[in-house]
Each structure stands twice: as structure tokens, then as C-alpha cells.
Design a protein around this ligand. Structure first.
Ligand code: GTP
Ligand code: SPV
Ligand code: MN
Length: 553
């Protein structure tokens, strides 16, 4: 007797007609095998994966995607619920039957001459009551190998799925990578995503935004939990006490950097649990518990360097889990190592740009794509918390919300209550970034950093957030931050990165009731004398400016 999983895969084989079918087992050896396949396979006349310098970057491979396929495409992403109203004003909507017909005609025979990779995977630890069973099929070896880094794949998932019919289904084909035939369609009621025509990150690694956020948020709404675009960290004080925070920032606005923070404050340590997605449940004691359903980081490369994010640089050089991928970065031709703006202060002389061409410095172009990324296992991260695999997750004491705003929004403040915090988070505005196609630097509303990721009506979503006041016994404090305020010359006023630990310390002090705050325009502001600023070269005027809200703004 075939299992429901096998039956579903059989249906897909019939539809897509691959030459070969490869079931992933999740073994260590499989990583090598897939990397070799990637090295041999070509796309647009270059190898899918190119081996980089294994001495300096063990396990590193370079991948270049089609220049038309370098970021998420929000205009081609749809939520297919029966009523448009249920998808809400935040989402593109298509009637489910129409959407399926459209996509089925694209998927029909799309894998002729190709290999179908079947990727059974889990979002979350297999022992966790909160984890979910999933499967993705794809014709991209790059997607297969990325999924292996980002999720728990293979046997562990096949065993957990067993005879169940209850699993997320992801159908993916890169097709002919044509934006005219590119769709990312979500069917929340069927736990199904159909993604065609893109090989890129959030469009193609279906465990990430598609399953864990869009479908996940819908399931959370139905089942009483939250799927959020958030990091999870444990902040350890000099006495060894750990306090757990969630942090929500829009795409390319600082989550990964905060998740792997190396504090400038002596005696403090930040432990990493997640850098992009958190699933949050009310625990038996009435507190909010968070777990990271992913197993890897798909992080923005530009700006990641020894000064800004030394822990990520160390992570990239570890090879406990093979391999690490570099997508649309540049390569230093001298020593075959990956490179991007901000990796080293000095730009190397002899670079290959993200298109694969010799880089001409005076062209003024960027050498790595602004949304170039690395894909690396959490197990390579030296600050990974030992609670990462704890099935129940970690209890949350504070939630940090932020956006990228050059003006108006202060460095930090605290919301006055849960309801006030939900409201503050619902009106966040942030300047658009290269993580999605479209204009850069325009302020748009991005409630809870979930505008592109909420799988149902945003109004219902706000209501769901508010309902936790009744569901939970102890709610975390809510803080709002803005690391990105600029002066008249356009320079960042706050040093950011490792110095953000100073702001975390104020939050700890607030949680422990050690300092008072002052109620101002937006909520509870710190007294500047309560911020630990020793060793920082910043004037009192600048500090005051970081908290000023001009009336007209
Ligand atoms: P996604 O993976 O798209 O969800 O992004 P993310 O929120 O994880 O953002 P990430 O930490 O990768 O940072 C994005 C960009 O912002 C990078 O270029 C960083 O170097 C930069 N950045 C992060 N933190 C700070 C900060 O505190 N100050 C300043 N000025 N830039 C920052
Ligand atoms: C984001 O855009 O928020 C990302 C990258 O984390 S992607 O996987 O493409 O969604
Ligand atoms: Mn993200």
C-alpha cells in the first residue's frame, strides 16, 4: 500500500512527467552528491554551482541566478481563498479554481528531460508539538540543496509524515524562468503552494515565506497561534540570566544582524535561535513560547563584514553542516573566494561580478547584487543557543518591532500596553529594500513586517494579535526601534550593529523594573542618562535628535 505522500508524489509525476525522480534522504553524503550534480549541470551556459576556495571557505559554492530572478516578486504572489475579502486588501487574490487551472497548465509536462527532486521536510524539530510536516517537489538542484540547509529534510520527515494526509504540499518548477510565466500561488485551505517560473529564495524555497509565513499565519489564525517574520534571541546578562526576545523588522532591515549580535557591552552575550521566522504558541504556563521552524540562514550578504557582523563571518567559515551557498555575490578572482560590498573595507582588484563578468571598478555598478545572499546552516553558528532544538521553544519576555526610517521614528521606545503595542506595530512604515522587486527607499506601511507574508485579511490578523490578551496569562513587553535615522547629510546617526546591544540592555532594565521611562508622544521613552553609552563617540545633541519627533512629521 502506498502512503498518501507517495500517492501525492505519483500525481505530480503524472502531471509534470520528469525523466528521473530523486527522493531526498537527508543524509550527510547526499549533500556532496547534490553539490556534484549542481557542478555538472548548467543553466544559461554556466554551472548551477561553482566550487569556491575550500581552504578559506570550506563547503562554499557560488550560484548565479537569472538576472530577471533575483528577489521576491510580490506582484506575482497570490492568496487563493474562495472570497477576495478573506485574502484582504494586503494580498493579490485569485479564485482558487482559476488559479489552479492556470498553474496546472504551466506544470503540465514541465519536467520532461529533467529530474524531479522530492523533498520531504519538517518545519521545526521533529519532537516539537508545534512542528509541521511538509513536502516540496522541484526540478532545481539549487532549490533541493538549499532546502537541505534551510529545513530538516529526508528520512526524519518521511518517518514523521508516515501514513498521515496532513502535510504541507509545495509544487515548484523553475520552468523557463520567464517573468511572464511566473506565479507564486497559495491555497491556505488546502495547505498547498504552487510556484512556477522562479528559482529565487522566498519564491522557490517553499518552506520559508510560503509555508512558514503565508500558510502558517493562516493556520495560526485557525488554530490559535502566530507565525511571524521575527528573529528569536536569548540575551544573557553578566550574572548568566537569559531573557528571550522576538524581533520583527521588514525584509533587509536588520533581523539577521541582530540575531547574531556580538554585544559591545562587556559581560553580555546574545544567543541565536532564529533570524527570520518565529512560530509562537501559548505555553502551558500561559506565557508565549517561540520556536524557529527553519534550520538555516538565508541572509543578505552586502554589509556583512568582520566589523558589522563578526559572528556571521565566523559562521560562513565553519563547515559542520555542508554546504554553504553564495547566490549572486561576486567572486574574488585572485583566490576564488566570495566577495560583496562591505565584506572587506578595501575592494579587491580582481573581481568577477554577480553576472559572471570581470568587474570594472569605475563603472559605478555594484559588484554583488544588492540582494545577494548566503545560505548557511544554523549549526555552523558559534552563538547558536543550546535551546535551539528544545521542542517547547523559549519563553518570550520582550518583542522588538522596527522599521527603516531616515526620519520621524525615534531610536527606541516602549509601548504602554499589549493593545497599544499591537497598534504601534500595525502602523509601522519602512523604506523599501532590494529584498523584493520594485522601487527602493519608498516608505510603505508594513504592519508587523508581515505585509508581503500574511496569508489572510490583515484586519483579521490584527484582531488575532489582540486576542492574545485573553489567550495568554503573561504577555511580553513591546518595544519599537529605528536603527536607521539619518542626519541632514544623510549619515546614519546611530552606529547600529553591535552597538544595538546598548538598546537591548535598556530593554532588559525595563523588563526587570530597574529604570523608569518617561511618557512622550508615542509611548514610554528612555531617559538618555539611563542608556549605557560609555565608549561610544556620540554627542548629547545627536542622542537628543535620535528621540525628537518634529511636530509636522
Ligand atoms: P531579510 O533576510 O530580507 O529578512 O533581512 P534582515 O531583516 O535579516 O536584514 P539583515 O540583518 O540582513 O540586514 C539588511 C541590511 O541592513 C544589511 O545590509 C545590513 O548590513 C544592514 N543593517 C543591519 N543592521 C543595521 C544597523 O543596525 N544599522 C545599519 N545602518 N544597517 C544595518
Ligand atoms: C525576505 O525577503 O524577507 C527574506 C528573503 O528573508 S526571502 O527568502 O526571499 O523571502
Ligand atoms: Mn525575511
Amino acid at each position: 500500500m502506498k502512503t498518501p505522500l507517495q500517492n501525492w508524489v505519483d500525481e505530480q509525476i503524472k502531471l509534470m512527467q520528469p525523466d528521473k525522480v530523486y527522493w531526498m534522504d537527508g543524509s550527510e553524503e547526499e549533500g556532496r552528491r547534490l553539490a556534484e550534480i549542481g557542478e555538472k549541470e548548467t543553466i544559461d551556459e554556466h554551472p548551477v554551482l561553482q566550487k569556491l576556495n575550500q581552504e578559506f571557505f570550506p563547503g562554499a559554492y557560488w550560484h548565479r541566478s537569472n538576472p530577471n530572478d533575483v528577489a521576491r516578486t510580490e506582484q506575482l504572489t497570490f492568496i487563493c481563498l474562495p472570497n477576495k475579502e478573506d485574502a484582504g486588501p494586503n494580498n493579490n487574490w485569485m479564485e482558487p479554481k482559476e488559479a489552479k487551472e492556470k498553474l496546472n497548465s504551466l506544470f503540465k509536462g514541465c519536467m520532461k528531460g529533467r529530474t524531479m527532486y522530492v523533498i520531504p521536510f519538517l518545519m521545526g524539530n521533529e519532537k516539537s508539538p508545534y512542528s509541521k510536516c511538509c513536502v516540496e517537489i522541484t526540478d532545481s538542484v539549487y532549490v533541493a540543496i538549499s532546502m537541505r540547509i534551510m529545513t530538516r529534510t529526508g528520512k526524519v520527515a518521511i518517518d514523521k509524515i508516515g501514513n498521515s494526509t496532513n502535510f504541507f504540499k509545495g509544487m515548484h518548477s523553475i520552468g523557463d524562468v520567464n517573468p511572464e510565466r511566473r506565479y507564486i500561488m497559495h491555497f491556505p485551505q488546502e495547505n498547498l503552494v504552487m510556484s512556477f517560473g522562479s528559482g529565487y529564495g522566498g519564491n522557490a524555497l517553499l518552506g520559508k515565506k510560503c509555508c512558514s509565513l503565508r500558510i502558517g499565519s493562516y493556520l495560526g489564525y485557525k488554530e490559535g497561534w502566530l507565525a511571524e517574520h521575527m528573529i528569536i534571541i536569548g540575551v544573557e546578562d553578566p550574572k548568566g540570566k537569559k531573557t528571550y526576545f522576538l524581533g520583527s523588522f521588514p525584509s533587509a532591515c536588520g533581523k539577521t544582524n541582530l540575531a547574531l549580535l556580538n554585544p559591545v557591552l562587556e559581560g553580555y552575550k546574545v544567543w541565536t535561535l532564529g533570524d527570520d521566522i518565529a512560530w509562537i504558541n501559548v505555553g502551558p504556563d500561559g506565557r508565549l513560547y517561540a520556536m524557529n521552524p527553519e534550520m538555516g540562514f538565508f541572509g543578505v550578504a552586502p554589509g556583512t563584514g568582520k566589523k558589522t557582523n563578526p559572528i556571521m563571518v565566523e559562521t560562513l567559515k565553519n563547515n559542520k553542516f555542508f554546504p554553504t551557498l553564495y547566490t549572486n555575490t561576486a567572486v574574488n578572482a585572485e583566490d576564488n573566494t566570495p566577495w560583496w560590498e562591505g565584506y572587506t573595507e578595501k575592494t579587491p582588484d580582481n573581481l568577477i561580478d554577480w553576472h559572471g563578468n570581470k568587474y570594472v571598478k569605475k563603472s559605478g555598478e555594484v559588484v554583488a547584487h544588492k540582494n545577494s545572499r548566503f545560505t548557511v546552516s544554523v549549526y555552523n553558528c558559534p552563538t547558536l543557543a543550546k535551546e535551539f532544538d528544545d521542542p517547547k521553544g523559549v519563553p518570550i519576555s520582550g518583542i522588538i518591532f522596527g522599521g527603516r526610517r531616515k526620519s520621524t521614528i525615534p531610536l527606541v521606545y516602549e509601548s504602554t500596553s499589549w493593545e497599544n503595542g499591537v497598534f504601534d506595530a500595525s502602523i509601522i512604515g519602512s523604506e523599501t529594500t532590494a529584498a523584493a522587486g520594485g522601487k527602493l527607499g519608498a516608505v510603505r506601511r508594513d504592519p508587523m513586517s508581515m505585509l508581503p507574508f500574511c496569508g489572510y485579511n490583515m484586519g483579521d490578523y490584527f484582531g488575532h494579535w489582540l486576542s492574545f490578551a485573553k489567550r495568554a496569562k503573561h504577555l511580553p513587553k513591546i518595544f519599537m526601534v529605528n536603527w536607521f535615522r539619518k542626519d541632514e547629510e544623510g549619515n546614519y546617526m546611530w552606529p547600529g550593529f553591535r552597538d544595538n546591544s546598548r538598546i537591548l540592555k535598556w530593554m532588559l532594565d525595563r523588563i526587570e523594573g530597574k529604570v523608569q521611562a518617561q511618557e512622550k508622544e508615542l509611548g514610554l521613552f528612555p531617559k538618555i542618562e539611563d542608556l549605557y553609552l560609555e565608549g561610544l563617540d556620540i554627542s548629547k545633541e545627536t542622542m537628543e535628535k535620535l528621540f525628537k519627533i518634529p511636530k509636522e512629521e
